[in-house]
Design a protein around this ligand. Structure first.
Ligand code: SAM
Ligand code: FES
Length: 348
């Protein structure tokens, strides 16, 4: 088993059969070696730097109905909100003062945020903070919309592909959503010059090792600059309320594999990972992660961006979250970088 880890480190690729063995093995020596090589590799490319992304959750309205997600339109219990232009800009101002040089605007697919609404907000952030990266995570939109937002100053776009196997994708999403459209959006974003982030949930209901291998192969085809993976965590008001969540062990295993397959990728230690284990994000950092995304949203809306149960960081002010994460990063043996943190091929 350790030879497989060795091979993955040196050639950044192994066969499907080897991936299956490595994903499923209970061999602790192999798991330990994977973690060590993942950390060596991230240090080779990024030193001990961890990049911060200030997350602004701009809306909990969503026209979609993803079966796993707490803000799906069918959840009539969800407490909906959307931030105004002024609130978004005040999050940026606060975040800039706290040292953030990337703002991530994420939200449900809220029909209110048409191009006429979001484009001027992006332009204003671009003008006020020329030294910052603007990342969007607003779901599936048209090519024209992605283009306008890029021209207004957006640099990056996060759109998890969610599941590269069409059967699994359709069991997680309503009939009107399709894997082919999701993929088309990702390729359009790449074509428009965005730094692109894709990814999937670990332990989504019905997910098998073969599905995960399909995800890894799709990521090899897309070659995104960022890969976001985190455990699936059930939400009590969704059809998956009674399902088991993804495990810490499998998430860490896949983070290690991703770091060795994509040595220079930006890999966040996600909030979901911190939700299933108190030291989940620290362990993620020690297994190849080099990004964390402290929450910059106003505290009054945080609980309403309720994707899954027991989400952490919902009561803290931005400054508290920033301080908490700095301590966590340092305790794990890394340092907070003050840079924008672009992928190496996009350095400015
Ligand atoms: N609407 C945008 C989109 O579709 O990309 C951005 C917001 S969406 C809520 C962000 C991500 O949250 C999704 O890509 C999904 O992987 C993750 N997510 C949703 N529900 C989750 C759950 N129950 N457990 C873990 N992650 C979840
Ligand atoms: Fe948000 Fe710890 S990171 S409170």
């Amino acid at each position: 088993m350790t030879e497989i880890v060795e091979k993955l480190r040196l050639s950044h690729d192994i066969s499907d059969a080897e991936l299956k063995l490595l994903i499923e093995t209970g061999d602790e020596a192999a798991a330990g070696l994977l973690k060590r090589y993942a950390d060596d590799t991230r240090r080779e490319y990024y030193g001990d730097k961890v990049f911060l992304r200030g997350l602004i959750e701009i809306s909990s309205y969503c026209r979609n109905d993803c079966l796993y997600c707490g803000i799906r339109r069918s959840n009539k219990d969800a407490d909906r909100y959307r931030l105004s232009r002024e609130e978004i800009l005040s999050c940026c101002e606060n975040g800039y003062g706290l040292g953030f040089r990337t703002f991530v605007m994420q939200g449900g697919e809220d029909p209110y945020f048409t191009d006429d609404v979001i484009v001027p907000i992006i332009s204003e952030i671009r003008e006020k903070y020329p030294d910052c990266a603007i990342t969007l995570s607003l779901g599936e939109r048209s090519f024209e919309s992605y283009k306008k937002m890029k021209e207004a100053g957006a640099d990056r776009y996060l759109l998890r592909h969610e599941a590269a196997d069409a059967g699994l994708y359709s069991s997680l999403h309503p009939a009107e959503m399709s894997l082919s459209h999701r993929k088309e959006c990702l390729f359009q974003l790449r074509e428009l010059g965005y730094q692109v982030g894709a990814g999937f949930m670990v332990g989504a209901p019905g997910q098998t090792t073969e599905h995960i291998i399909a995800d890894l192969r799709f990521l090899q085809e897309l070659r995104p600059q960022m890969i976001g993976i985190g455990p699936f965590v059930p939400h009590h008001m969704t059809p998956f309320a009674g399902e088991k969540g993804g495990t810490l062990e499998l998430t860490l295993r896949l983070l290690g594999i991703l770091r060795l397959m994509f040595p220079d990728v930006l890999l966040p230690a996600t909030t979901a990972l911190g939700t299933i284990a108190p030291n989940g994000r620290e362990l993620g950092l020690q297994t190849g992660c080099n990004v964390v995304m402290p929450n910059l949203s106003p505290v009054k809306v945080r609980k309403k961006y309720d994707l899954y149960d027991n989400k952490i960081c919902t009561g803290e002010e931005a400054a508290e979250c920033r301080g908490c994460l700095q301590r966590r990063i340092e305790s794990a043996g890394y340092t907070v970088s003050a840079e924008r943190g672009d992928a190496p091929s996009f350095s400015v």
